[in-house]
Design a protein around this ligand. Structure first.
Ligand code: GAP
Length: 515
């Protein structure tokens, strides 16, 4: 079980604010629940993350193209997709604390606690038996562990049934049987469990009688499905092919906590891959592998990722898993990979009355393709990057520094050009160097404060290189280049800077790293 580090999350939140990465939305009006704004450094990091995804999907892959569909869509789309009827979360309130929770999350957390008890038993036994310990044998025979396993399996089955049949009374009964208490009040004084639809709605049209209720999209995927034939025909796409899209999605989350992990307005990067019916499991395996490689190449540590198969499949899926990341709150979903069958296209055919079929020239047959979907939350990827990059270090001279070891290609600025002093022609020379670099690399210029303070500020926003212009530069056209992570400084020719930055900081190097 992953260690939770609430302290780390708190530090990341305050660092993100202090250094212009993320601000609470509408802060001067005391904020708006689970909505955030990206600041001057945050937007650069976010754009770089988008570029890494977009280029991998639409440029490195041969058979994927991108679109950008509107947020407002015809309301029947959400009926066809199942969101009007089934995009619900079970909600429950504690009457004493007045706090609101998702009942399924409370149940899952209670089961995690039982799992922790199993882990403890295993740990104790492993110590007791030493080298001769056989974990599989122990788990399958120890009576106490067996009882816990049985309890978890039975509860999972009941949860699955209650969710799929929208049986909220059974959900409440399960909470009672598991003796779930409110973490705030400590009591079990719960309201009934109710279904809550997560879609935001608004009205389109100026006159009340004419106005139509429309929804803010809760996923970008439907914009891809309804454009499937437009793209296939105008792009002369042959199956298998994919359509990718990055855009905002909106969900009225019941419990929106943990910073940008669960927001009410967020951004998704989704790709629907259209395949022949029957081929979907091969492509499902293919995309699981591709996506994990993409994550690993980022350099946030491959030990921080794991797959988690879904036991409770959504109404449209015949296989699904998450790629989980080791966030400060423990391993949690970062990306979903779903085999969505032909559910969406079939349903849009039914509701729109328009054919959404692919004509296969080889077999001379038309069919509705099956779909593999990869769907990652950009804000969660941002949090994964920021929280794994955040480091506090004690330096040899006894001072402290906070450094963001953001992969160089993603860093808001690749290089800071710093004149050692603000006189003797050094600022002018630094500006010339800056001008040579800034068209290719996001660059920063600063001439205030001591050089040590400026280095620290660059460390705190994750700038991989600082180039310092000193008096020697005026004589021999060399500068010192300081590396963020090692703090090592080398003297190099100004003429070599471009190649050095291109090698270490370019998106191309990062993309080529995906093996
Ligand atoms: N089209 C499929 C779909 O939307 P999902 O698992 O509901 O699937 C996909 O969402 C991804 O979107 C998640 O893995 C997560 O990264 C991100 N996501 C979902 N809800 C979110 C929220 N409230 N705040 C931030 N990111 C969210």
């Amino acid at each position: 079980m992953a260690q939770q580090d609430d302290n780390l999350l708190k530090k990341v939140v305050s660092h993100a604010k202090e250094y212009g990465f993320i601000f609470p939305s509408s802060e001067i009006y005391d904020g708006l629940g689970a909505v955030y704004d990206y600041g001057q450094n945050g937007v650069e990091l976010k754009n770089n993350l988008k570029e890494y995804w977009w280029r991998f999907m639409t440029q490195v892959q041969d058979n994927i193209v991108g679109i950008d569909s509107a947020i407002f869509m015809h309301p029947t789309i959400w009926k066809a997709s199942g969101h009007v009827d089934a995009f619900n979360d079970p909600m429950v309130d504690n009457k004493d604390s007045k706090k609101r929770y998702r009942a399924d999350v409370l149940i899952e957390e209670a089961l995690d606690k039982i799992q922790e008890k199993i882990d403890k038993e295993v740990e104790k036994a492993a110590k007791r038996f030493g080298d001769s310990f056989d974990k599989v044998m122990f788990v399958s025979t120890n009576p106490r562990v067996q009882e816990y396993v049985k309890k978890i399996n039975e509860a999972n089955e009941r949860l699955k049934n209650a969710m799929s049949s929208s049986d909220m009374a059974s959900m409440k009964q399960l909470m009672t049987d598991l003796e779930i208490a409110d973490p705030v009040s400590g009591t079990r004084n719960w309201t009934d469990v109710r279904q809550f639809n997560l879609m935001f709605s608004t009205e389109m049209g100026s006159i009340a009688e004419e106005a139509n209720k429309i929804y803010l999209r809760p996923e970008t995927a439907q914009g891809i499905f309804v454009n499937f034939l437009n793209v296939q025909k105008t792009g002369r796409m042959k199956i298998p092919f994919g359509i990718a899209q990055i855009g905002k999605a909106f969900r009225n989350e019941i419990v929106a906590r943990q910073f940008i992990f669960r927001m009410r307005e967020f951004e998704q990067m989704e790709m629907q891959f259209f395949v022949k019916p029957g081929d979907e499991m091969n492509w499902y395996a293919f995309w699981k592998e591709q996506r994990l490689k993409w994550h690993h190449a980022l350099g946030l540590g491959s030990e921080n990722y794991r797959f988690h198969d879904h036991l409770n499949l959504a109404h449209y899926a015949n296989a699904a898993c998450d790629i989980q990341f080791n966030f400060p709150m423990g391993f949690k979903e970062l990306e979903g990979i779903h085999s969505r069958t032909d559910f969406d296209l079939k349903s849009h055919e039914k509701y729109s009355g328009k054919k959404l079929q692919y004509f296969d020239t080889e077999s001379n047959q038309s069919f509705i393709p099956y779909v593999i979907e990869t769907s990652i939350g950009l804000d969660r990827l941002f949090l994964a990057t920021l929280s794994s990059a955040y480091k506090e270090e004690k330096l040899e001279d006894g001072s402290d520094r906070v450094v963001l070891s953001i992969p160089p290609a993603l860093a808001p600025h690749k290089v800071a050009v710093l004149p050692l002093v603000k006189k003797d022609g050094l600022p002018e020379k630094a500006e010339t160097i800056l001008h040579d670099l800034k068209f290719e690399f996001s660059s920063y210029y600063e001439d205030k404060d001591t050089i040590g303070k400026r280095y620290r500020r660059m460390d705190a926003i994750g700038t991989p290189y600082c180039v310092t212009v000193d008096h020697q530069t005026l004589q021999d056209d060399t500068v010192t280049i300081r590396h963020r992570d090692t703090m090592q400084q080398d003297r190099v020719a100004v003429a070599s800077l471009r190649d050095r930055l291109a090698e270490d900081c370019s998106m191309v190097s990062l993309l080529k790293n995906i093996k």
